[in-house]
Design a protein around this ligand. Structure first.
Ligand code: NOJ
Length: 764
């Protein structure tokens, strides 16, 4: 192990090193280079004063955007001065070659040691050219496409001076009320782990020294996605089994993909703020998992340990954070003001500071910043790269793959391109900003292709009319402000109804504004916001041929639409190419293939709702009309649309499930399944395999995804797919964090969503 554990502190806190399954497979590339870097890092550390070391652990927000609460403490004034004194290691929210160069120049030319700065930015789903929100991309189940999307984001952002992205967010979440579900891969740890890997590989590439790649950051370590009641920043309190088997696996997958940084979180977990949690950061991450990159705090999360009631004051917060393994302080200003004193009075061992600085410097060396601190600052490259046509072509492909068809009665879709009168209606139909979604701070407003524009572009001779119907948002939506929703103005309904009456088909574009999801945007009601439901019903009353296109950052409760509207498409916030992607799908140029990465509930009261739940001891009604079973008296237990669900313009049939159990001989169970395209058009299907361990020492979910494959089939074509189940799929983490595989009976289910019924049992 390269990392030198200098500190006896680690030994003290390591009450129980947990075993988290398979060993981490480091992918640090060239070992000689790494050793060379280690030597350089050690040499540099020897040169550094205590203040300079602590400076490396300090990250300031820049002067362009705020992605956290605006600081009120006067530190703005000393930022430049502190960079000059060598008291800053990284910036965030400074972008654009000229801006980055100007700040980097101070660090490189005016400080004693000339150590270059890291420039971090939330490149979550693109920089200027915006891909679908991560939740939408997860609906593609297309790992190559997701990796490509991260690659494009890295190439574009790095051309604007950035070298570190605060992505991927790999938090699993089961609660659609939480606004940040848009930023993750949904509810499932298996899919989430593969997507975490794809995103890290996309951002970081195979060569971190390339000026087209970024250091990635797996966040938020850990359990931030389990915010109680879906309210952002709220407490997370979950069981050990869920922590090991659901929350941690995507982080482990990111680590095994050699992610360079982790970010901790705002939440407490079992009473300890993650930022001050030594068990998470020292025992697990830097201990058992041998992570040798660095951990950055979240925005102000060190100082937030005071209101949490964990630290008495700023000094104690700084101490608890460094002891717990937070290497860099983002916007708390506490390391730079308190750590030196803590070291001098013996409360913090300087070896801990050295360890943090070593980690930070190593990433800077690995990026190649010491060879050329301005490597991301090439004005010509910036001009040639930002918004390149090839980026638009790629994000269009990814956007099409992310669309999910929920319902298509009487094959209303796809629409004809000629001979029809199509009415495009709704507050989001012509919107060119909302489809960019949340977390797109590098992009410009009004740069998305609207649905109306897309429809006109791919149209042949249809007559296309448009009516907005109503406003959704009344103020100017900004990343930092609360939105004012229109809950009463229906004055545009008349025009919309008239437009609907005159049309053959209506495409209604409704849903959430891009800034109704994302950080700080939790909701208690997941219905169509504002007057949209009323608009939908009134339009439907005059013309039943309605295609509902949702634009959403999370699952919505659309029961009425699901019962009444013939065709429903989940169009998420698909980014810059949104309208083109939707038009291609609705016109049938592209056959939809997305599958939901998150359950759509019937009712907010069901939340958290997810497919891989545990059975109760009373799962079913014991006899007709008896109440003593696990249910609601006013709603079904079932979701409206389950995880993994999504239709196509064709249909698929699953048959001939075969299980060949060779586990006792060579640790493998082979599953064969035949999939047939039973419709009239070619299409792509994502075949999903789930298992249930019928009984075990720690109770297992009713089913858990353990494999999937995407296949393209021509009409009538049949393909047999093979899945292999090994210890990796059949084992689990026990409540001490040990990976175990227990003998017993398993049931395997294969099909097109998590409700797949074709099943067989086997024993190992
Ligand atoms: C707060 C968010 O929680 C985090 O994900 C983000 O990276 C930082 N702000 C920086 O913008």
């Amino acid at each position: 192990m390269r990392m030198k554990k200098l500190n006896s502190y680690i030994l003290l806190i390591s009450i129980s090193f947990i075993t988290l399954g398979c060993n981490s497979t480091k992918n640090s590339g060239n070992n000689e280079l790494v050793d060379e870097i280690d030597i350089k890092v050690e040499e540099l550390i020897k040169e550094m004063t205590l203040d300079e070391k602590i400076g490396q652990m300090n990250q300031y927000n820049g002067f362009m955007d705020f992605t956290g609460p605006t600081p009120q403490n006067g530190f703005e004034a000393v930022k430049y001065e502190n960079i000059r004194k060598g008291l800053v290691g990284a910036m965030l929210n400074v972008h654009g070659v000229e801006n980055v160069r100007a700040v980097q120049k101070i660090a490189v030319e005016e400080t004693r040691l000339g150590i270059p700065l890291l420039f971090g930015f939330d490149v979550i789903h693109g920089f200027k050219t915006i891909s679908p929100i991560p939740l939408a991309e997860a609906a593609s189940w297309d790992l190559e496409a997701i990796k490509k999307s991260a690659q494009i984001a890295a190439e574009e952002a790095s051309a604007a001076g950035i070298n570190w992205t605060f992505a991927p967010m790999v938090d699993i979440s089961r609660d659609a009320r939480w606004g940040r579900v848009m930023e993750g891969a949904g509810e499932d740890p298996y899919l989430g782990s593969l997507i975490a890997k794809a995103r890290v590989e996309g951002f970081q590439g195979v060569d971190l020294t390339s000026e087209k790649t970024l250091a990635a950051c797996a966040k938020h370590f850990a359990a931030y996605g389990f915010a109680e009641a879906g309210r952002d920043y709220n407490t997370a309190d979950l069981g050990t089994s869920t922590l090991y088997n659901t929350v941690l696996p995507p982080f482990k997958a990111a680590l095994e993909s050699d992610v360079k940084t982790f970010m901790n979180g705002f939440n407490i977990l079992n009473g300890i703020p993650s930022t001050g949690d030594a068990f998470l950061q020292r025992d697990i991450l830097k201990g058992k998992w041998e992570f040798d990159g660095f951990v950055v705090s979240d925005w102000g999360s060190i100082t937030e340990m005071i209101p949490h009631g964990f630290a008495k004051d700023g000094k104690e917060a700084a101490k608890l954070a460094i002891l717990a393994g937070s290497d860099m302080d983002m916007e708390s200003y506490l390391y730079v003001t308190k750590l030196a004193e803590l070291v001098k009075n013996g409360e913090v061992d300087e070896a801990l500071i050295d360890d943090a600085v070593r980690r930070i410097l190593r990433v800077k060396f690995e990026l190649g910043l010491f060879d050329d601190p301005y490597k991301y600052c090439d004005l010509e490259r910036e001009t040639a790269t930002i918004g390149k046509q090839s980026f638009h072509d790629e994000v269009l492909e990814i956007a099409k793959k992310s669309i999910v068809l929920l319902k298509n009665e009487n094959n209303l879709l796809p629409l004809q391109k000629s001979g029809q009168k199509i009415a495009v209606i709704g507050p989001l139909a012509a919107d060119k900003t909302s489809p960019l979604g949340s977390w797109r701070i590098g992009a410009d407003d009004e740069t998305a292709v609207s649905v109306l524009e897309g429809f006109k572009k791919y149209n042949s001779t249809n007559q296309i009319s448009y009516a907005k119907g109503a406003d959704l948002i009344l103020n100017k939506p900004l990343f930092t402000t609360e939105l004012e929703i229109n809950t009463s103005d229906t004055s545009g309904f008349g025009e919309a109804i008239q437009t609907a009456k005159n049309a053959d088909v209506i495409v209604m574009v409704l849903g959430e504004h891009g800034f109704q999801s994302g950080e700080g945007r939790s909701r208690t009601n997941l219905d169509l916001p504002g007057v949209q439901q009323q608009l939908l019903e009134e339009v439907y009353n005059v013309n039943k041929n309605v295609v509902l296109v949702l634009q959403n950052g999370r699952p919505l409760t659309i029961n009425w639409a699901s019962e009444n509207i013939p065709s429903i498409v989940v169009g998420w916030h698909l980014g810059t190419q949104s309208g083109n992607a939707l038009a291609q799908v609705l016109y049938g140029d592209y056959n939809p293939s997305g599958k939901l990465p998150m359950t759509f509930p019937r009712n907010v009261g069901q939340l958290p709702l997810y497919y891989n739940y545990y059975n109760t001891g009373r799962p079913v009604e014991p006899a007709p009309n008896q109440v003593f079973w696990s249910h609601y008296i006013d709603e079904s237990n079932d979701p409206l649309y389950p995880f993994g669900y999504g239709l196509s313009y064709t249909s698929f049939e699953y048959d001939q499930l075969e299980v060949t159990n060779k586990f006792s001989e060579n640790n493998v169970v082979e599953i064969l399944i035949t999939v047939k395209n039973t419709g009239n058009t070619s299409g792509k299907e994502t075949a999903q395999l789930y298992i249930k361990d019928l009984y075990s020492s720690v109770v297992k979910p009713v089913r858990a995804l353990k494999g999937f494959q995407q296949i393209e089939l021509e009409p009538g074509e049949t393909r047999t797919l093979q899945f292999l189940l090994t210890e990796q799929e059949l084992g689990f983490y026990d409540n001490s964090g040990n990976w175990v595989v227990e003998p017993g009976t398993f049931e395997v289910f294969v099909g097109g969503n998590s409700k797949a019924i074709l099943s067989k049992q086997f024993e190992i």
